[in-house]
Design a binder for this molecule. Structure first.
Ligand SMILES: NC(=O)c1ccc[n+]([C@@H]2O[C@H](COP(=O)([O-])OP(=O)(O)OC[C@H]3O[C@@H](n4cnc5c(N)ncnc54)[C@H](O)[C@@H]3O)[C@@H](O)[C@H]2O)c1
Length: 310
């Protein structure tokens, strides 16, 4: 992507800042972020000549002004937390659904070429029909998941009714450097790494044989850009399509760090699902494929980042 004018909502967050860093040299990038969880330090170069940062809430800006001349919108701003959404469903609806509908409407009014929406595998809920296909009926179990599923429906509706191009990317367990260890997503990776680096005993809930589908941050960034460039409109799982058990993950992290510490096993947490795995065939529609052989190196990069941080 080159010489485009791009808006990234939530561009100071974990994923959005990587997208901004990737696009900034060849494009004009505008970030809007209320800094509720994001921070400018997430960006590589906050003084880049192609960068504009608007520190504001998506609900409080004139979206038609913001979207004038924008080619692509990467929409990541959200209350990105299941527990917070359960505590405060109306704020979740305001930040995730209402703000998205207003944004999508402004995209339509300003002839934006495409909007790339950050959705979530949480829309599948407890569906055990794995590997999970995008055509499965959504079974949200939290206001957060319901907001993501509803946004997807609005995006589809705007595509059908007004021809606004879109892709909803359903991320599975994203991990990588800069991830907040308190994040609800893939928290297991930062949790294991930080506990081991502090020489504390990491905790595994249940027997550790539960599996997850992990995807590296750089794959998520590339999938976003491919999604913007592709002609496809619809929903795409963003995942590796490979299941990794928590025990396997723990073993790889211990080996990489050269530690031999037994994990502490605690009873399974209520609400935790046993297996989560994506059907990744739709990723071909955006011409993207994850290299499955990179997992250990990606974990190494993540570990190295946490080492420098601690
Ligand atoms: N990290 C994951 O594994 C994962 C998985 C599935 C879906 N997602 C989705 O991807 C997106 C990005 O996630 P992340 O991990 O980077 O989270 P994050 O919390 O690091 O990023 C979200 C950003 O949006 C900003 N923001 C929140 N509400 C805003 C508002 N009303 N107006 C302006 N800015 C606002 C925050 O300050 C933050 O910078 C979110 O929509 C999240 O739901 C993430």
């Amino acid at each position: 992507m080159k010489d485009k004018k791009i808006l990234i909502t939530g561009g100071l967050g974990f994923i959005g800042s990587y997208i901004a860093d990737e696009l900034i040299d060849d494009n004009e990038v505008i970030i809007i972020d209320n800094k509720s969880t994001g921070k400018v330090e997430n960006l590589q170069n906050i003084n880049h000549e192609n960068l504009t940062i608007i520190e504001n809430d998506l609900n409080d800006v004139n979206l038609d002004e913001l979207l004038a001349d924008i080619d692509y919108v990467f929409h990541l701003a959200a209350m990105a937390s299941v527990p917070l959404s359960i505590d405060n469903p109306s704020k979740c609806t305001k930040d995730n659904l209402d703000a998205t509908i207003k944004l999508v409407d402004a995209c339509k009014n300003n002839n934006v070429k495409k909007i790339i929406f950050s959705s979530s595998s949480s829309v599948y809920g407890d569906n055990t029909n794995i590997p999970l296909k995008e055509t499965e009926y959504p079974l949200p179990k939290s206001p957060y998941a319901a907001s993501k599923a509803s946004c997807e429906l609005f995006l589809k509706t705007y595509y059908e009714a007004y021809g606004l191009n879109y892709i909803s990317l359903r991320y599975f367990n994203v991990f990588g450097p800069k991830q907040d260890e308190n994040s609800q997503y893939a928290a297991v990776i930062p949790n294991f790494i930080t506990a081991l680096l502090k020489e504390e005993q990491p905790i595994i809930y249940g027997d550790g044989e539960q599996t997850r589908d992990f995807i590296y941050i750089k794959d998520v960034v590339n999938a976003n850009i491919k999604a913007a460039e592709s002609d496809y409109n619809g929903i795409v799982n963003v995942a590796s399509g490979k299941k990794t058990s928590i025990n396997e993950l723990y073993k790889i992290i211990c080996e990489t760090l050269g530690y031999d510490i037994e994990a502490k096993y605690l009873p399974e947490r209520k609400g935790d699902i046993k297996h989560s795995l994506a059907d990744v065939s739709n990723m071909k529609k955006i011409d993207y494929e994850v290299n499955l052989n990179d997992f250990e190196n990606q974990l190494k990069e993540t570990i190295n980042w946490f080492k420098t941080k601690l």
